[in-house]
Design a protein around this ligand. Sequence first.
Ligand code: PGA
Length: 249
Amino acid sequence: MAEYLIAGNWKMNGLRTELVEAEKTAAEEIADNCSVLICPPAVLLPQMTALLDGSKVRLGAQDCHPEDSGAFTGDISAPMLAESGASYVIVGHSERRLSYRESNNLVRRKMQAAWRAGLTAILCVGETETERNSGHAHAVVGQQFAECAPEDSTADKLVIAYEPVWAIGTGRSASGEEIADMHGFLREEASRHFGPGQEIPILYGGSVKGDNAAEIFSIADVNGALVGGASLRAADFIRIIRSVPVAQA
Ligand code: PGA
């Protein structure tokens, strides 16, 4: 797999008229050591699948239900997302943890549903500002990781996204030291739980932009980014994609 994954999370943004932004991203030449993923609102997946056919850009969804089907009004299951062209799904985003009170146990069941459908799960973890200021960042993130990631997690079906809640959508990214510290911690936790051979990709998310991406990608144990706001405009997103370090020959 490519060494860097750049994933754009459009959240509840994007109408059909804005698909041109995905088209522009798909036209960009993407380096061999980089994978690009766009996670649009689920209703756009079928159309984007057709639009991105033949391009290197892959598609993901922003959430899934833990069951494969049933009487769950308004929800969307992992098999439906896979059928609509998604190969990834984000689970446990802090906006869902906070707005819909999603528990670690629910997030874990969503991951298992994603895997049953053949999707790679992007598991979001991250502490609030209060948790960081009281010295509990590692404890919170470690617990989220341990309780959400199933025992049979492997590098080909799990991506971790460290997203400090206080850095999301605020324009205030975590510092290089904070990112290095938490990614190193998550790398250790992943190898403690699943064995040192599992090089599970760890993305950073929270106010990643064209002008801080290169610095973030140079930090040890950062394997890419989960990008919100700056993924909505192709020009901004492409700047981030171009910030991926050139592969060593
Ligand atoms: P942001 O969002 O890039 O707008 O901070 C990141 C995310 O929520 O994944």
